[in-house]
Design a protein around this ligand. Sequence first.
Ligand code: AR6
Length: 176
Amino acid sequence: MSEVGSRISVHTGDITKLAVDAIVNAANSSLLGGGGVDGAIHRAAGPELEVECRMLNGCKTGDAKLTKGYRLPARYIIHTVGPVWQGGGKGEAELLASCYRRSLELAAGRECRTVAFPAISTGVYRYPKDEATAIAVATVDAFMEKNTAPEAVIFCCFDEQTAELYRQVVAAHRGA
Ligand code: AR6
C-alpha cells in the first residue's frame, strides 16, 4: 500500500486553479451547470463548456462524461453525478464509489497522468463527510492498485477541515 499511497495526495484550495490533466466536476444529471464546484468550473472554463455539455445528453447518477477544459489550466473536465444523500438505504455508497471508478476509467482512457477530485456529493447533495471520504479514498486506492494510470490523484478540498479529514483517512489507509 505504501507505493499506492504515495500516488495519492491532499490539496486545499480551488479545483479550477489546478494545472492537472483532468479535474472532476461534481455535476447534476443535466450537465448544464449549477452551484458549488459545478458553478465554479463552468465560470472558470467559460461558455464553450456549456455548449459541449449540451451535446452529451446528460449523465446518470454514478456515471461520468468527459469534456475539454477550455479556459481552465486542466486539459479535461470529467463530469460525474454523485448521489443525493437519502439516509444511506438507497444505494448511495455504491453510486458514490461508481463516480470515482468511472471518472478514473475515463481519465485512464485519455492517458491522463494527474487527476484531481472534489469531495463529490458532500455539499448540496448532503452526503455525510466521514462516510464520503472513506468511500473516496478506498475506491481510488483500489483502482490505483490495479491500474498504472492515472499516475497520481489529488483530493482537492475547498476548506482545511475537509483536507484534514482526508489526510487522516489516507494515513489510516497507508497504515492498513
Ligand atoms: N474547488 C474545490 N471544491 C469545491 C469548490 C471549488 N471551487 N467549490 C465547492 N467545493 P457541491 P455536490 C466543494 O455542492 O454535493 C451543484 O449545484 C464543496 O465545499 O459543489 O456533489 C451541482 O450542479 C463540497 O465539499 O457538490 C449539483 O446540482 C464539494 O465541493 C449539486 O451541486 C461538493 O459540493 C451537486 O452537489
